[in-house]
Design a protein around this ligand. Sequence first.
Ligand SMILES: Cc1ncc(C[n+]2csc(CCOP(=O)(O)OP(=O)(O)O)c2C)c(N)n1
Length: 316
Amino acid sequence: MKSDFLQAYKTMLLMRLAEQEIANLYLQNKIMSFVHFYVGQEAVAVGVCDALKKDDKVLGNHRSHGHYLAKGGDLKKMICELLGKENGLAHGKGGSMHMIDKSVNFVGTTPILGSVVPLSCGSAFEQKYSKKNDVTVAFFGDGAFEEGIVYETLNLAALFKLPLLFVVENNLFAVNSKLNDRRSPNYDIEKIVTGFGVKYVRADGNDYQDVSKKAKNLVEEVRTGVPVVLECITYRHMAHSAPIFDEGYREEDVLEKRQEKDPIKKIKQVLLESGMSEKELSDVEDDIKKNVLESIKFAMDSKYPPKESLYTNLYA
Ligand SMILES: Cc1ncc(C[n+]2csc(CCOP(=O)(O)OP(=O)(O)O)c2C)c(N)n1
């Protein structure tokens, strides 16, 4: 059990330290596309992906660095993509919001809000139709949940009994817009979901233990053709996009609350209580930091795509 937690801590810390360095690259104008940081939400991606097998498929949204790394993705290839380099995940042509890596069954990320949901439905339909024993997971936010296509897909998932896990990362905001400013006072996600015949479970998205325990049970149920919405309540620590620190619009998730509920702090505490020392954990952190810096160097030294490839691998 301790080794599970240690592995989860390492993956969460990798995401955090990598994004801190990515923020620096962004501030140095090395990244030419939008970047949406996952800092604060790490427990969701790791808790859910820990419950998956390699053949299970994952799709994400505009905020998917964490989803990709949790599915076993390659940090070097990811940073190359962010820097527009040829050996990036989409040969440097997609950037942060268009990542794809079939080698780990990371089907892709789509930044058009809600669009990940019908694509995931297609993936789950194929798995069911081909009688595979695999599941598809779609990660998306509370804002995306309000897109009409999500409701259509909930209906189809229930109708066809698809092995589809919808993970709604509710970080309380869509850009700077609060839930109460967007939803009718009667809006009840559980009632909406169960109204379609899809199972609904809520988890504390700031707590790896809670997410992973629930995800492990749910994924096995999803595998049998029971579609589920797992809503994870979490905090996005940084601004919507880019490392800007505007606190003006935040009320519920003020800085002190975000720090207090930090998922990495929490899992570190579990490891300390299980007998690991501060020194052991700081060695772990040093190794991860080294890996992150090596990956950045690799990406910085990598080539941009050649001019001749300007029109290849493009779909419109
Ligand atoms: C159809 C569509 N409308 C608007 C946008 C612009 N947009 C990008 S992210 C975002 C908010 C997303 O909120 P949420 O789904 O909760 O995810 P979060 O950013 O909080 O992780 C918006 C409105 C978009 N990408 N697609």
